[in-house]
Write a protein that binds this ligand. Structure first.
Ligand code: CAA
Length: 289
């Protein structure tokens, strides 16, 4: 399948990443259907589109016509079947739980057309962990966007041993058609490129916090001003979700059994208290709902 043949995109998951990936696809001219088991998440995703598009027009970043076309291009449904039955390409952006992803991929394999490529937006999980839940491993790969997906240019495309070269090529071309800058990883590695580096930084920042060396604001201030990052690791965790950090560490710990992979005490406590960052109004910082 050539990228030019892609007309319909299904996005599974309307959360932090899925709602923006879906809108990006719609803005890039693809008929996009976004699905989630949570009606609330779908409503939020739809309201986001209804607010974001006119705001872009008001800012002079988008024409009225392009905004209207994008709105026509995107739809929302709680039916997985409805979302992927005509899809040429599916992007899974569900919660970072391997069992769940394997179930989703097994269903996608049954519900999506046989020619469809099934990509996972997982931040860490390599696609070989889900490919064998399907009968089409050659059409499975990682396509990893960064948060906020409408803004961040980079996308990591990761080719697994099962991934056909054509699948990787089409995915790279699709990233470009969405205005993104793809990097192709020729081999699978847990966490890919960016999150391996980011987690090293974040773990060290959490260690310094847990040791009482400095508080979150001071560490963020140091990193933004010394290294020129647009956000420090704590502000960034609030954006990507403290729950995401928790799930990523727990998945890794389950896999390796190495206590060093467990989430830091601060992350465990914040996860239990529901202080998951911007989406909850409280994380390392306070936010207006
Ligand atoms: N959704 C959509 N657009 C957003 C946005 C959001 N949540 N936040 C900001 N923007 C847009 C704004 O509309 C604005 O667009 P225009 O310039 O076209 O008008 C632009 O981004 C800049 O926004 P602001 O001026 O309000 O704020 P800023 O300059 O501080 O930028 C930021 C905000 C883009 C988030 C910037 O702080 C940044 O780049 N932060 C680092 C983000 C980052 O590192 N992301 C990677 C996270 S790691 C990850 O994602 C891994 C994973 O696996 C989950």
């Amino acid at each position: 399948m050539k990228t030019a043949k892609i007309r319909n995109i299904g996005v599974v998951g309307a959360g932090n990443m899925g709602h923006q990936i879906a809108l990006l696809a719609a803005l890039s001219g693809f008929k996009t259907t976004c699905t989630d088991i949570s009606e609330e998440a779908l409503k939020k995703a739809e309201s986001f589109a209804d607010k974001y598009l006119p705001e872009r027009v008001a800012k002079g970043k988008l024409t009225q016509e392009a905004a209207e076309q994008a709105r026509r291009n995107i739809s929302f449904t709680s039916s997985l079947e409805e979302a992927v039955k005509d899809a040429d390409f599916v992007i899974e952006a569900a919660t970072e739980k391997l069992d769940l992803k394997r179930k989703i991929f097994a269903s996608l394999d049954k519900l999506a057309p046989p020619h469809a490529i099934l990509a996972t937006n997982s931040s860490f999980i390599v696609s070989s962990m889900v490919a064998n839940a399907t009968a089409r491993p050659a059409k499975i790969c990682n396509m990893h966007f960064f948060n906020p997906a409408l803004v961040m240019r980079l996308v990591e495309v990761v080719k697994g041993p099962h991934t056909a070269p054509e699948t990787a090529d089409v995915t790279v071309e699709l990233c470009k058609a969405m205005g993104k800058l793809p990097v192709l990883l020729k081999k699978e590695i847990y966490g890919f490129l960016v999150n391996r580096v980011l987690m090293a930084l974040t773990n060290e920042a959490l260690y310094l916090l847990d040791q009482g060396i400095a508080d979150a604001e001071e560490i963020d201030l140091a990193i933004t001003n010394a290294l020129g990052h647009p956000m420090g690791p704590f502000r960034l965790m609030d954006l990507t979700g403290v729950d995401l950090t928790y799930h990523i560490c727990m998945e890794r710990y389950r896999e390796t059994g190495n206590p060093a992979d467990k989430p830091s005490p601060t992350v465990v406590e914040m996860y239990a208290r529901g202080e998951w960052g911007q989406k909850k109004g409280k994380g390392f910082y306070q936010y207006q709902k």
